[in-house]
Design a protein around this ligand. Structure first.
Ligand SMILES: *Cc1c(COP(=O)(O)O)cnc(C)c1O
Length: 446
């Protein structure tokens, strides 16, 4: 592995790439001191590479920015963005807790040995088994999403003779101005208890009356990615009014508050998401101002970033295959992955950039579309991108691939999920091996 000094500044799109991105001595794209062409040769493609240093820095930046505004802030990593056992341990080592949304995620976190009191359990339809597992595992908070869930959590806690800390997820009626499939804070959403219908207040009242539940506070999550600050400001204002209302009318204190996650990352060269400090100022600044004017004590704050912790850290590497030119219409260049490892373009119309691994500075020569290899016409990873003329067999990297890609992967067409590496200081560590044909058949019962 070459470990020359990264030369990120000489790379195009360096703000989309992991912070350690540079050129190897061989002139290839390198990350974490590792030449990506070497890694592709050794581990095959499609390959997902996570840069440990980028994750570390994002964790530090998130903690630093929010604690600078409000010392009593805790950062929970939203596991659904990317999770496995070694990665959970790495995140815990950075001082973060976790947001989990299923019994499966709780099981992984438990197996990883993380402190379960730092785990917050979310979801709009947690089943009785999941809730029993969560209470048993000792998760710090269960975030109740609907009225019926109050009785379910009470039953689970009572059955184990425990008192469970709970929050409620409130739907503040704020539009995060993101894709309709990823907006969650509006009234017409399956997530959360609306304030305007009285459901949020009814849930708080029944939690306070429940003998095995400890009401800890309010949560909102507006959706993702949210490139604007204004929805957070508006959301915090709505929540603050509700906090004051609960105290004034019902004498109920709200010691904890979460504005959720949703902090954006850049996928395209022209995108420039707000810095951590800007999100922190918008959220904590508004909360402080509201607490001041409405006269309630500043609550403990938990934020739940997923995408913004891992999105930029991950890079997907594919091998270029077939080329199909339809004169006057389009040129398709296919790669050896696609919607099975990255469903986001097909599901959300998400856009990406791409960089040739072996000649990252080569000028663009033609407009093409990067096609996946799966049997769906919609399996196009990048529609219309200007790239150097790609040669069959060369490597193409897609940056900002760390979040919501592998976690949404499928075995469609009996695809095998890619291997995952974590690179750090010139070392590449396999944290998840490539799936094999045997894995695909492992659950078959003949
Ligand atoms: C998905 C999710 C998050 C994380 O969203 P990001 O955009 O990845 O930061 C946080 N909180 C809740 C409740 C979520 O469902």
């Amino acid at each position: 592995m070459t470990t020359d000094t990264p030369a990120a500044a000489t790379l195009p799109l360096s703000h989309l790439l992991p912070v350690t991105a540079g050129l190897s001595l061989a002139g290839n794209l390198q990350v974490g001191g590792c030449d990506l062409a070497d890694l592709a040769r050794e581990y095959g493609t499609p390959l997902y590479v996570y840069d440990a240093e980028t994750v570390r820095r994002q964790c530090q930046w998130a903690l630093g920015a929010f604690k600078a505004e409000h010392e009593d802030t805790q950062v929970l990593y939203a596991s659904k963005a990317f999770l496995n056992r070694p990665f959970a341990r790495f995140i815990a080592d950075q001082g973060l807790g976790f947001d989990a949304v299923s019994g499966g995620e709780i099981a992984v976190l438990q197996a990883a040995g993380v402190d379960m009191s730092t785990v917050y359990f979310h979801g709009n339809n947690k089943g009785p088994d999941e809730l029993a597992l969560a209470v048993q595992a000792g998760v710090g908070r269960i975030v109740i999403d609907n009225l019926g869930e109050v009785a379910l959590v009470e039953t689970a806690a009572a059955a184990q003779g425990k008192t469970q800390g709970v929050m409620i997820r409130v739907s503040p009626g704020i539009d995060g101005h993101t894709h309709e499939k990823t907006t969650t804070g509006i009234l017409d959403s399956k997530f959360g208890l609306p304030i305007s219908t009285g459901a949020a207040e009814a849930a708080v009242v029944s939690i306070v009356a429940a003998p095995h539940l400890d009401f800890r506070g309010l949560h909102m999550h507006l959706g993702s990615p949210i490139f604007e600050l204004e929805p957070y400001v508006a959301g915090v204002e709505v929540m603050a009014a509700f906090i004051a209302d609960l105290r004034d009318r019902l004498d109920i204190e709200v010691p904890e508050f979460s504005p959720g996650g949703g902090f954006a990352v850049a996928y395209l060269g022209e995108q420039e998401p707000p810095a951590w400090q800007a999100y922190a100022q918008a959220i904590c600044g508004t909360l402080k101002r509201e607490a001041d004017t409405r006269g309630f004590p500043l609550p403990h704050v938990t934020i739940e970033p997923g995408r913004s912790i891992v999105g930029r850290a991950g890079i997907a590497i594919y091998t270029v295959g077939a080329r199909k030119e339809v004169p006057g219409i389009r040129t398709f260049v296919s790669v050896d992955g696609g919607m099975a490892d990255n469903i986001r373009p097909a599901m959300y119309g998400s856009r990406y950039e791409a960089i040739t691994v072996q000649r990252p500075n080569a000028p663009a020569e033609e407009l093409i579309s990067v096609a996946g290899k799966y049997c769906e016409s919609g399996d196009i990873l990048i529609k219309d991108i200007n790239l150097p003329r790609l040669e069959t067999g060369e490597l193409l990297a897609i940056p900002a691939a760390g979040a919501y890609q592998l976690m949404m992967s499928s075995n469609y067409n009996m695809a095998t999920t890619p291997a995952v590496l974590m690179v750090d200081g010139g070392n590449a560590r396999l944290i998840r091996r490539r799936e094999t044909a045997d894995d695909l058949m492992a659950l078959d019962v003949d």
